[in-house]
Design a protein around this ligand. Structure first.
Ligand SMILES: Nc1ncnc2c1ncn2[C@@H]1O[C@H](COP(=O)(O)OP(=O)(O)OP(=O)(O)O)[C@@H](O)[C@H]1O
Ligand SMILES: [Mg+2]
Length: 267
């Protein structure tokens, strides 16, 4: 059994309509029968155009959005079958990194407070202990930040540094799975590669397991072990990253490839 398994996962949204009596007039099949598996220490790249269901899939995996049907099995446990109370506890096992670190970090909290709070989610016993500072220093070093800056606020950092802080915060509760939703899309190209290399470094050092979401197949190819291509709620192609990139089978994947500017130029 793989570390994370999705079995025929569906997330459908009813579309309501009707003048007097509200009734379901249509269904948006945001996730429509997804089977995927991820091994421990693997980076799975999830690509597809806007609206294809990438974020809904990740929210359903994290149990933030209830599945319409299907299973999410993490480390042998079916999360879709757990009572709400236990699901809340398990949510700590999933942490997210978003596109805009500025929006996802609290502007009124120092980096120390942000990271300390995230560490204490898993280890409440560390609150107010001397060990907590040590943990924050260690975490900052892990993502390549100097701990001399830990009393600073998010606005005092550059975009790339802020994304490092967001990554540190995601790692703080020792998650089993990190879901990064377009984590480099808002960054300059030179900074993008620094963050991608950091994530690869963390995978090597910590055995990080990650779903890396992007609309950009060339970015995903750089970082992912395997790539799943999503189109209209379904996985239309799945395979080893280089294989999908160099030898795409599906027409939609071929179209995504031809949309990469430098690929077009050399075609
Ligand atoms: N809570 C919701 N209620 C109704 N429809 C929703 C909801 N969340 C998402 N959708 C719809 O589900 C589909 C998939 O949306 P989703 O946000 O998962 O796509 P995405 O691949 O993450 O897109 P993007 O690349 O723009 O982030 C879209 O048609 C969207 O409008
Ligand atoms: Mg999205």
């Amino acid at each position: 059994m793989a570390f994370l398994e999705l079995h025929d996962l569906k997330t459908h949204f009813p579309v309501k309509g009707g003048a007097l009596i509200s009734k379901t007039i249509d269904t948006i099949k945001a996730v429509d029968g997804v089977d995927l598996s991820i091994e421990k220490g693997e980076i799975l790249g999830l690509v597809g155009e806007s609206g294809c269901g990438k974020s809904t899939l990740s929210r359903t995996v994290m149990q933030l959005q209830p599945a319409t049907s299907g299973k999410v099995i993490l480390d042998g446990e079916d999360l879709t079958a757990l009572p709400k109370e236990i699901v809340r506890q398990r949510r700590l096992d999933f942490q997210m990194v978003f596109q805009d670190p500025y929006a996802s970090l609290n502007p009124r909290m120092t980096i120390f407070s942000t990271l300390a709070e995230a560490i204490c989610q898993r280890h409440p016993d560390l609150k107010k202990s001397d060990d907590l500072t040590g943990k924050v220093v260690e975490l900052m070093a892990t993502v390549g930040l100097d701990s001399r800056h830990m009393r600073k606020y998010p606005h005092e950092f550059s975009g790339g540094q802020r994304q490092r802080i967001a990554i540190a915060r995601a790692l703080a509760p020792e998650p089993k799975l990190v879901i990064a939703d377009e984590p480099v899309s808002a960054l300059d190209v030179s900074i993008q590669s620094q963050i991608l290399n950091l994530l690869l470094d963390l995978k090597a050092k910590l055995g990080l397991t990650m779903i890396f979401i992007s609309h950009d197949l060339s970015v995903v190819r750089y970082i992912a072990d395997n790539i799943a291509v999503m189109y209209a709620g379904k996985i239309v192609e799945y395979g080893e990253a280089d294989e999908v990139f160099h030898n795409p089978k599906d027409d939609y994947t071929k179209r995504l490839l031809s949309a990469i500017p430098h690929m077009k130029a050399t075609a």
